[in-house]
Design a protein around this ligand. Structure first.
Ligand code: AP5
Length: 307
């Protein structure tokens, strides 16, 4: 695609920034042709780079439109998009290790972690009307109604940090209606990670889980014990982390998981979540690395009009 842009503010092919709002990096060269003298400008904004070429030939024999604007011509000769930030979903049964893996993924990839359960617990802690209603369902291990969860997640995903850095959606969607709503809002993931863990292991993980209210870090009394006595003393347990409640949560999970999986089957990667947390992460890390490599290769340099 060739596109001619007229810059009325520039009368010489000097490499200089044209847009005050965009950081510009400039370079210039002149071709051997006496008629075709060029200067290159390039501009980088958040996600893209545009290269412009000043075309002296067009300036010497300008087309009618250019005469009207009395300005020399720049052509967009190349546009290279930075790869879009990653958009990932992570799913799995209660205590399959979603939150644990999200900590590791966000540390390395800088994605914004959006956990439906955390958003709901924050509402419960704040004592809001939504929190009060949500808690009644959470205590029974049931899904909180869509009218509470859907908007909560949507609003979080719309925040600028998620748009800029990409997102990692944890524990959402959990029903086909949530998946459909997400799609209608325009949120489409690149990858759906499914953590697969044996049921006995899940119960053991739930009852041993502890949380650090200061750092938000997830511990397990056996598998990930706290580093110091001081941390151990302040750990808390979630109100739904009992053997009785996890069984209810598991039932809800089994009732809904197939509907969600069927909507993302083309982009699903199943990961063995029975391994140690670092081994699980190594597998996820490989997949994300590969996805990013593919992204970079695919976002190449679009030569619109070679000099
Ligand atoms: P939510 O908070 O999402 O709970 P969950 O899905 O049951 O998942 P968990 O947070 O319990 O586990 P996790 O997979 O994050 O495991 P973790 O990494 O902590 O939801 C709670 C409730 O909110 C729901 O029941 C529902 O009522 C409501 N809700 C949430 N989302 C909703 C939605 N979309 N719609 C409607 N309602 C919704 O690990 C667990 C333990 O295991 C930890 O102690 C950890 O240290 C340990 N561990 C982790 N990985 C390993 C490993 N590889 N090896 C050994 N130990 C490990």
């Amino acid at each position: 695609m060739a596109c001619i842009v007229n810059f009325s503010a520039i009368t010489q092919p000097k490499p200089q920034p044209c847009f005050a709002s965009l950081p510009a990096s400039t370079s210039s060269h002149r071709s051997n042709s006496p008629k075709l003298q060029t200067s290159h400008l390039s501009f980088a904004s958040n996600n893209s780079r545009i290269s412009l070429r000043y075309d002296r030939t067009l300036a010497v024999s300008p087309p009618r439109e250019t005469l009207l604007s009395k300005a020399p011509n720049f052509m967009i000769v190349a546009a290279a998009n930075k790869p879009e930030p990653l958009k990932i979903m992570i799913s799995g049964a209660p205590a399959s290790g979603k939150g644990t893996q999200c900590e590791l993924i966000t540390q390395k990839y800088g994605l914004v972690h959006v956990a439906a359960g955390d958003l709901l617990r924050a509402e419960v802690a704040a004592g809001s009307e939504n929190g009060r209603r949500a808690k009644q369902f959470m205590e029974k291990g049931q899904l909180v109604p869509d009218e509470i969860v859907v908007m909560m997640v949507k609003e979080r995903l719309l925040r600028p940090d998620a748009h800029k850095n990409g997102w990692l959606l944890d524990g959402y969607p959990r029903s086909s209606s949530q998946a459909i709503a997400l799609k209608e809002f325009g949120f489409e993931p690149d990858l759906f990670i499914l953590l697969d863990v044996a049921e006995d292991t899940l119960v053991e993980r739930v009852v041993g889980r502890r949380l650090d209210p200061v750092t938000g870090k997830i511990y397990h009394l056996k598998y990930s014990p706290p580093e110091t006595e001081e941390i151990a003393a302040r750990l808390t347990q979630r109100f739904d982390d009992t053997e009785e409640k996890v069984k209810l949560r598991l039932r809800t999970h089994h009732q809904n998981v197939e509907a969600v999986l069927s909507m993302y089957k083309d982009i699903t990667v199943k990961v063995n979540g029975n391994l140690s947390k670092n081994d699980v992460f190594a597998k996820i890390d490989n997949v994300l690395d590969e996805l990013l490599e593919q992204r970079k290769a695919g976002s190449g340099y679009l030569e619109a009009n070679k000099a």
